[in-house]
Write a protein that binds this ligand. Structure first.
Ligand code: P5A
Length: 434
């Protein structure tokens, strides 16, 4: 992509309304713009990252046999009256009336909607277990929307739902999701710690939140030090339950679930910290299936109310969370897996024909090799170009100027380590693995 033809409205000034780094950097890097409190437009660079995160989430859901679908954002109020949550949800729910005076709502989550679909279509144990998900916008009229996309009112969530014949089946679905979540966060370059959590308005009696440690996190947590120091997923075996037990047997709790005795027993092994909740999974048994009639017959012809769970990942929140976990004073440092472009190519002197030719040639080579490249061909100062590249945080910066051309080299900078080297074009391509 040629930057001269792209839409990347970066800001030099730090926006004063933004209280935390990720919010400031997302505004400055031209990723988002606020529409109203807690509601954002995603500009091209921001949308690219959002889509990359969504794709990794999607691949790990597909890998455990969870099927993608798409449910609407607007739901009928009657469905929520049937489950009893229409009144329970309170002022967080955005209520709408259509032209026929029918009560509608902008979905804060989809337990009711998916249970209705399942109940209407699945009648036999032969079609169970089932896991379904979608990646869809949600609306929650939060009291205090803040920190940009971290606590939005409109936000993108991956929400999955499982249906099983009995508790053991439901537990197995929960375990599959638990491990898929650990893999997802790992691919996003994050260390997410699963913690015993309070199920809140979703309900149920088993629930884990996936937390990223960050000083700007909204939650207060406590956990065994090993969660911070070790990678237990690597040592885990093939057996699902054993893998999940590896994590859940050790102490890790969100604020509401903290246990003073367990913490005292940990002594020096206790870590207390602030954290960002990037995912939340729930087992709630028959809470929705009973009310909405999700009943199937078993092999003996008996009616069985199915056991359910739901599993959420904050896709748009993750954009902010990744930045909180990975940035410096100059800007964002994207992990390779979600970087909006892998390489930023800088022409240091656009008035120099030789320099333009060298840059155009390298851009063509990178593009042909399948390397997604942002090519800064603008007629601006070199200093401003370097600053913008550091701000938007692409993993590799390649800079070409007249001096380098004379010596047959380009400058290659690794954004994460800050290491700079002068290399021939061929060596630079080798370094990028092509
Ligand atoms: C699980 C899937 C649920 O809604 N129902 C369907 C269950 N869980 S949850 O914990 O309430 O939300 C799941 C994840 O969504 C993110 N999230 C938010 N992100 C941005 N702004 C918000 N206001 C917001 N609220 C929730 C979190 O990552 C949460 O873990």
């Amino acid at each position: 992509m040629r930057l001269s033809a792209y839409f990347l409205p970066t800001l030099k000034e730090t926006p004063t309304e933004a209280k935390i780094s990720s919010h400031r950097l997302m505004l400055r890097a031209g990723m988002i713009r606020q529409s109203s409190a807690g509601i954002y437009s995603w500009l091209p660079l921001g949308l690219k990252v959002l889509n990359k995160i969504g794709e990794i989430v999607r691949e790990e859901q597909d890998a455990i046999g969870c099927h993608e679908m798409l449910m609407p954002t607007i739901q009928p109020a009657d469905l929520w009256r049937d489950s009893g949550r229409y009144d329970d949800y309170g002022p967080e729910m955005l209520r709408i009336r259509d032209r026929h005076d029918r009560d509608m709502l902008y979905g804060p989550t989809n337990e009711e909607q998916i249970t209705e679909i399942f109940a209407g279509s699945v009648k036999s144990y032969r079609d169970v277990p089932q896991m379904l998900y979608h990646i869809q916008w949600k609306f929650r009229d939060e009291v205090r929307p803040r920190f940009g996309v971290m606590r939005g009112r409109e936000f993108l969530m991956k929400d999955a739902y499982s249906f099983d014949m009995d508790f053991d089946g439901a537990r197995n679905s929960y375990n599959k999701m638990f491990v898929a979540y650990l893999k997802t966060y790992e691919r996003l370059g994050l260390k997410a710690i699963p913690m015993a959590a309070d199920p809140g308005p979703i309900g149920g009696d088993m629930s884990h939140e996936f937390m990223i440690l960050a000083d700007t996190g909204e939650s207060e947590i406590a956990c065994h030090k090993g969660f911070v120091d070790n990678d237990w997923l690597e040592t885990a075996g093939d057996d699902l339950q054993t893998t999940v037990d590896t994590f859940t047997e050790k102490y890790a709790a969100t604020d509401e679930k903290r246990d003073t005795d367990a913490e005292a027993a940990l002594g020096d092994d206790l870590v207390t910290a602030r954290a960002i909740e990037v995912g939340h999974i729930f087992y709630f048994g028959k809470k929705y299936s009973e009310k909405l009639g999700a009943i199937v017959t078993d092999s003996d012809g008996n009616n069985i109310t199915v056991e359910m769970g739901s599993y959420g990942i904050g896709v748009s929140r993750l954009v902010g969370a990744i930045i909180e976990a990975s940035h410096d004073e100059a800007g964002i440092i994207w992990p390779d897996s979600v970087a909006p472009f892998r390489v930023g190519l800088i022409n240091l002197k656009v008035s120099d024909d030789e320099c333009v030719t060298a840059c155009d040639d390298l851009y063509a080579r990178l593009t042909t090799a399948g390397i997604d490249t942002l090519y800064d061909d603008r007629d601006t100062r070199a200093g401003a170009k370097f600053a913008d590249m550091d701000l938007i945080g692409l993993p590799w910066q390649l800079a070409i100027g007249p001096r380098g051309i004379k010596n047959g080299v380009i400058e290659v900078k690794n954004r994460k380590t800050g290491e700079r080297q002068e290399l021939s074009v061929d060596d630079a391509m080798n370094l990028l693995g092509v």
